[in-house]
Unconditional design. Structure first.
Length: 583
C-alpha cells in the first residue's frame, strides 16, 4: 500500500499541475465496447452520476474490492469523480467487473457511469482530510480482505433485515433478486432469528461477494420502499452453504438452476408465506400510493386533506393494538402526529409554511405529501422534548441516542431546557433513534422524539461569553462528538448493526474481565447507579459477557447511561447495550 505522502512526488505525465475538473470528459459517456476501446486504458477511472451529497468514503468504497487507491478527486457540484488506482491491473479489474457484471450503484438508486480517464495519473497532491481518510480506510479494508481471503475465499454473506414488517415472512427469492446483479449465486437460505429476518447467500466467487457486501449494506430489500427492510451485510464464517431440502426459504441454484426465461420476479414463487397474497398486496398498495401521489395531494382542497388524515388515525390505532413492540409504538406515534396535523391542514392554503415539523416518524419519504412550498427531505437531527432538566445533559443524550446511531452533536435549548436537538451521521440513524426511543421513560419522564426541521446543529463560537438565563455558558449545553471513540457504528459493517433492538430492562454487558463474578458485577452496578439489579447471568462467547436485568425500563436506561464505558479495571472499559434476549 502506498503512503499518502508519496502522492506529491509522482512524475507529472500528460496532465496539468492541477487537474481542472471542468476538463472532465464529455458528459455523455458511452460504455459499450467501442467507447471503452477508444479511450486508452489508464490507472484513473472517471465516474459520473454520483449523488449530489456523495461522500468521499462512498466513492472510495467502489474501489475497495479491486485494489489500493493512489489518489482521488471528487467534485460534488458536477457529481463526478476521478479515482486513481495503484496499478493498471487494479483499474482494469474494476472497470471490467462494473462494465460486464454489475453496473456500479450507490445507495441502491444511483447508477454510476464509468470509463477510463484521458489522464494517465492524477498529479496534484490530495490535501483534503476527508479524501485522505477515505483513501486510507479503503486501502486498509482492501488489505484486510486480501489477507483474510488468501486461505479461505469469502463467498458467503450474512444478511440481516432491519425494520421489517412484523409479522412478515421473507423467503429466499427477494434476497436472490436483490443480489443477483452482482454475480452468480450458488445457494440462498432465509431464516428468522430473534424476531428479525436473516439470510445466508453464497456467491460463486469472493469478488462478487465483496462488492455485494459493500454496495448493498444499508439498501432497502424492496426497491419501492425507503425506510423499511434495510439490509445489513457482513461476511459469514461459513465457507459454503449446505441445503438438504428446498422450500420457500432455501434453494440450491447449483442443483436447481434459475431459469431466466421463466424467472421474472412477478411470475415466480415469491418465497414468503402467503406469497401470492403478499405480491398482490404490494402491487395494490403501490397502485393506491400512485393515486395519492405527493403532487396530487398538494393540489387538493385542505378540507379534504384534513378528512383524509382523520380517517387514517383510527386504523393506525387499531393496527397498533395487534402489533406489539416498537412497531406498535410507531403506529401510535403516527396516529398522534396526524391528530395534531388535522386542524392545521384545514387552515387556509396561504398558511402552508405554518404546518408543524418534523415529518411523521418512520413514514417512508415517498408516502409523505409536500405540504410546504419547499422541498422536504428527511433530517438527520432528532428533536427531543419533556426531558428531566435536573439530570439530563449532552453526555446523557449522547450515550443513550448513541445506541442507535453515531451522534455528532447535541444541543440542549437554553430557552427551554427540557428540549434538545441530537444530530446523527445520517437520517437513517436519526429515524431509528426516533422510532426506538420515542415514549420511553428517562429519569422519570416520558420523552418525546421526532425528526427536527433542522438539518444540522450549529456550534457556538468558542469565545462565546453570553450566558443563558440560568447563568450557564451555552458552550456547555452544545457539544460536538464528531469522531468520538464511543461511536458504535464507525465501521460500515460493524456487528453493532446486527444487535440493534428496542430498549429493554435487560442489558447486555461486554468487555468484562475474566475474573469478575456475577455478584461483584451486580455490586458495581448497584453502587454506581442507585438502581436495584434483579439478576445477573454471565457467559463466554469470544470474550466474557453478561446479561443484567433491572426492575423496570427506566432503571435499565439509567444504568446504561451511567455504566457505558465504565473503567471496570485499569485499561478496561465495559460496553453496555440493550439485550435482545431475556435473562
Amino acid at each position: 500500500m502506498k503512503r499518502h505522502d508519496t502522492m506529491s512526488q509522482r512524475v507529472l505525465t500528460e496532465v496539468p499541475t492541477v487537474v481542472d475538473v471542468s476538463r472532465f470528459e464529455s458528459k455523455k459517456a458511452r460504455l459499450d465496447s467501442t467507447s471503452s476501446n477508444a479511450m486508452p486504458e489508464s490507472r484513473v477511472l472517471h465516474l459520473r452520476g454520483l449523488p449530489p451529497d456523495v461522500s468521499e468514503s462512498e466513492v472510495a468504497m467502489l474501489a475497495i474490492p479491486f485494489g489500493s487507491i493512489a489518489n482521488m478527486i471528487l467534485t460534488r457540484k458536477s457529481c463526478q469523480a476521478l479515482v486513481e488506482m495503484d496499478t493498471l491491473e487494479s483499474a482494469e479489474s474494476m472497470f471490467g467487473y462494473y462494465m460486464t457484471v454489475c453496473t456500479p450503484n450507490l445507495r441502491g438508486k444511483y447508477p454510476i457511469e464509468m470509463q477510463f480517464s484521458k489522464y494517465s495519473s492524477l498529479t496534484n497532491a490530495t490535501t483534503n482530510n476527508a479524501t485522505l481518510s477515505a483513501i486510507e480506510e479503503a486501502n486498509k479494508q482492501f488489505v484486510t480482505f486480501r489477507c483474510e481471503n488468501e486461505d479461505s475465499p469469502k463467498t458467503v454473506l450474512h444478511i440481516h433485515v432491519e425494520k421489517s414488517y412484523n409479522p412478515m415472512e421473507i423467503g429466499y427469492l427477494p434476497f436472490f433478486m436483490a443480489f443477483k446483479p452482482f454475480g452468480r449465486i450458488l445457494r440462498v437460505v432465509s431464516f428468522k432469528k430473534n424476531d428479525s429476518r436473516h439470510a445466508f447467500l453464497e456467491f460463486s466467487n469472493s469478488l462478487s461477494a465483496h462488492v455485494a457486501k459493500l454496495l448493498m449494506n444499508g439498501v432497502p430489500l424492496f426497491p419501492m420502499e425507503c425506510n423499511f427492510h434495510i439490509l445489513r451485510t457482513e461476511f459469514s464464517r461459513q465457507s459454503t452453504l449446505e441445503i438438504h431440502r428446498e422450500d420457500n426459504s432455501s434453494r440450491d441454484f447449483v442443483q436447481n438452476p434459475w431459469d431466466e426465461s421463466n424467472g421474472s420476479y412477478n411470475n415466480q414463487l415469491l418465497g414468503v408465506n402467503g406469497a401470492n397474497h403478499l405480491q398482490t398486496s404490494h402491487q395494490s398498495i403501490k397502485s393506491d400510493l400512485d393515486d395519492l401521489s405527493e403532487e396530487k395531494l398538494s393540489t387538493m382542497d385542505p378540507t379534504f386533506l384534513s378528512v383524509l388524515a382523520n380517517r387514517l388515525i383510527k386504523p393506525l390505532l387499531k393496527a397498533a393494538t395487534t402489533i406489539s413492540g416498537t412497531q406498535g409504538d410507531v403506529l401510535r406515534t403516527q396516529a398522534a402526529t396526524l391528530s395534531g396535523l388535522t386542524t392545521l391542514i384545514s387552515e387556509s392554503k396561504n398558511h402552508h409554511d405554518t404546518l408543524p415539523w418534523p415529518l411523521i416518524p418512520s413514514l417512508p419519504v415517498q408516502e409523505i405529501p409536500h405540504f410546504t412550498n419547499h422541498s422536504m427531505s428527511i433530517s438527520p437531527v432528532a428533536f427531543v422534548s419533556n426531558l428531566n432538566t435536573e439530570k439530563v445533559n449532552p453526555d446523557t443524550l449522547f450515550i443513550l441516542f448513541g445506541v442507535y446511531g453515531d451522534v455528532l452533536r447535541v444541543k440542549i435549548l437554553h430557552n427551554k431546557r427540557s428540549t434538545a436537538l441530537v444530530q446523527f451521521t445520517d437520517s437513517t440513524q436519526a429515524l431509528r433513534a426516533v422510532n426506538f426511543l420515542n415514549g420511553v421513560s428517562l429519569y422519570g419522564k416520558i420523552i418525546r422524539c421526532v425528526l427536527s426541521k433542522n438539518s444540522f446543529i450549529n456550534m457556538p463560537p468558542t469565545n462565546l461569553q453570553n450566558l443563558t438565563p440560568d447563568g450557564e455558558n451555552e458552550i456547555k449545553t452544545t457539544c460536538d462528538y464528531t469522531g468520538h471513540k464511543l461511536h458504535r457504528f464507525r465501521r460500515a459493517n460493524s456487528r453493532n448493526h446486527f444487535n440493534i433492538c428496542a430498549p429493554s430492562k435487560v442489558l447486555h454487558i461486554t468487555n468484562l474481565p475474566e475474573s469478575i463474578s456475577d455478584d461483584t458485577l451486580k455490586s458495581v452496578f448497584e453502587n454506581h447507579t442507585d438502581c436495584q439489579v434483579c439478576g445477573v447471568k454471565s457467559f463466554k462467547a469470544e470474550k466474557k459477557m453478561a446479561l443484567m436485568e433491572f426492575a423496570n425500563l427506566d432503571d435499565a436506561i439509567s444504568a446504561l447511561i451511567a455504566m457505558h464505558n465504565y473503567p471496570i479495571e485499569e485499561n478496561m472499559h465495559i460496553r453496555v447495550s440493550f439485550s435482545k434476549s431475556p435473562l
